[in-house]
Design a binder for this molecule. Structure first.
Ligand SMILES: [Zn+2]
Length: 293
């Protein structure tokens, strides 16, 4: 996943990327750093494993391929499937994963036009599968064997879902029901014989949300967007150190603290306690000396 760091109006180092933004009807150049993050999902602990900085003028997918090849070498046995954004629905990326024995699930936004039209055609003749998940009603069209994606070495499978979410909220002492419909498309190398529609939907969807949530968390609560020193190597090292600290803290939180202790202490609360412990050494940690039992 692509990340932008530390936007600024002043160029600070030779590896700053730049873009033009409009501020009060005036065009100004903004400088920033970009990186692609390799992130392991599907476990209780969120694990950002590696980052590859995107060079100025370079495409995200080019940097992602460098990252993926390093990831395959170092962490290849930890995962079977690569989850990717719509930007990655292209033959070199899919084929690179396949060559390493990995499958791909990617968000599909119709970049491969003929494949998209083919899938739409097939789905128009199909009855959708139906199921419910909490307040969400899902209609899913799932078909495989598409060979019209240019250059991709295996037949592909396309999943389209229409998700109707009904939310209830109180307004003027009355319950108001609001219905929202969302459409999702995914493309994958995984055939139905290896992964059911429901499970594919679950992995693609839920994992995606967890991943987005992780980045939001790292930026909002863990200063991922704070530039301690504006120098390319320093930036890379600060990001990687933050990843290590974040994984260690989560491991301690889930592995060492008892469930009843976690009920009253969030991960962010734990970080605050550790931070406080650095400043005031005498305070006993709450997981050593339970408050009120
Ligand atoms: Zn810079």
């Amino acid at each position: 996943m692509d990340m932008n760091f530390f936007s600024s109006r002043h160029r600070c180092c030779p590896q700053c990327s730049e873009r033009t933004v409009t501020v009060k009807d005036e065009e100004v150049t903004e400088y920033f750093h970009r990186g692609v993050v390799f992130h392991l999902v599907g476990f209780q602990v969120a694990i950002p494993l590696d980052v590859e900085m995107i060079q100025p003028g370079e495409g995200e997918v080019i940097a992602a391929k460098r990252l993926l090849q390093r990831g395959m070498r170092r962490y290849g046995r930890f995962f079977d499937v690569v989850l990717a954004d719509a930007l990655y629905v292209e033959a070199p990326f899919f084929n690179c994963c396949l060559e390493h024995g990995k499958d791909v699930i990617a968000v599909f936004k119709g970049e491969q036009r003929i494949l998209f039209q083919d899938a739409q055609g097939v789905f128009s003749l199909m009855k959708p599968k139906l199921w419910k998940e909490g307040r969400c009603q899902i209609r899913a069209w799932d078909a495989e064997g598409f060979t019209t994606a240019e250059g991709i070495e295996v037949p592909l499978r396309v999943l389209h879902t229409e998700e109707t979410v009904t939310e209830r909220h109180r307004q003027n002492h009355r319950w108001i029901e609001k219905t929202e419909v969302h459409h999702w498309w995914w493309v994958t190398t995984l055939p139905m014989s290896r992964l059911s529609t429901c499970l594919l939907w679950c992995i693609a969807h839920r994992r995606w949300e967890i991943e987005n949530d992780l980045f939001h968390t790292l930026v909002t609560y863990w200063s991922l967007n704070h530039c301690f020193k504006h120098q390319p190597t320093a930036i890379l090292n600060f990001v990687l150190t933050l990843f290590i600290a974040f994984v260690l803290l989560q491991s301690f939180y889930y592995g060492n603290l008892k469930p009843q202790r976690r009920l009253h202490l969030t991960l962010i609360g734990l970080a605050t306690e550790l931070h406080l412990g650095l400043v005031v050494m005498q305070i006993p940690a709450p997981w050593i000396c339970p408050r009120g039992g």
